[in-house]
Design a binder for this molecule. Sequence first.
Ligand SMILES: Nc1ncnc2c1ncn2[C@@H]1O[C@H](COP(=O)(O)OP(=O)(O)OP(=O)(O)O)[C@@H](O)[C@H]1O
Length: 335
Amino acid sequence: MIVFDQVQKSYQVGGEAVPALHPTSMTIETGEVFGIVGHSGAGKSTLVRLINRLEPSTGGRILIDDEDITHYSHAELRAFRRKVGMIFQHFNLLSSKTVADNIAFPMKLAGIYSATQIRERVDELLARVSLVDQANKYPSQLSGGQKQRVGIARALACRPTILLCDEATSALDPQTTQSVLKLLGDINRELGLTIVLITHEMDVVRRVCDRVAVMDAGRVVEMGPVSDVFLHPQHPTTRDFVFESESVDRDELQEDYQKAEGRILRLTFKGESTYQPLLGSVARESGVDFSILSGRIDHIKDTPYGQLTLSLVGGDLGLAMQAFEKADVHVEVVR
Ligand SMILES: Nc1ncnc2c1ncn2[C@@H]1O[C@H](COP(=O)(O)OP(=O)(O)OP(=O)(O)O)[C@@H](O)[C@H]1O
């Protein structure tokens, strides 16, 4: 478990302390995939770099598995850093070393593993990230997705319990992003690793994270399970991220709303209710006529969800809303 207790960070700029993270308290549970989403400069990297002490905090305490890491000595820090792996947007591989040697590098650096242990671990990791046949290639001979797989294998070399991912898929195309996110999800499930993942894309959060913190100007402005934050965003910054991820043009949407008659409702279906043929029966029972203004069905991690915006005319609207709510469908009145 990672606990932030009133943690803050300021950078010295021109002799002045400029805050990058205002006092923040939060808990990241062991074994979860925790997303941190925010625009450029929001403080995401700063927050994550405090977890492995790449940056020292300037106030508060960070407890990892009940140990305060903020006062670790150099020796304690060296041992601690083996427990925290990290992957980066631009992979940060050593270009003069082969794939196998890149993966072996942190183990060699640690100086506590035998040559046999290192060889066996590298073989195991090459298989884990499906790169056995690329072991002797150099980074320049690999695709972006393969490079990030090497980055992941290298980060796992010393068997960390926490994996930090700093915009790990931002340099990858959508298909490669999907396969890297799947790999991270598998690693989380199979190894029970805690993953903290920074991104500026809500879609990445939706696919792989259990909980998410939304950051804006050095503060966490919203935090919770991804399904709550994604389906019912409260803060304007979160709403912007959700709209962006759905590729919704808000002006176009408003125009559509203006053309539509009657009441406009936004329905959110989650889990099993996503597949129920509810609209027809509600329309029959309540006598309400409806037209669909927009809709989508997708997944939040493994849970299906659907969102429909309807305009409803005539009939008994109250009865229709009751029927939706009885079927566990969240109803938001747009107009
Ligand atoms: N080493 C530094 N010295 C001075 N200011 C810094 C330093 N690192 C970050 N900052 C400032 O702290 C703030 C937060 O930066 P940070 O990199 O944590 O944001 P971010 O959300 O990760 O942004 P990005 O997505 O662009 O990486 C920014 O205003 C940035 O300019």
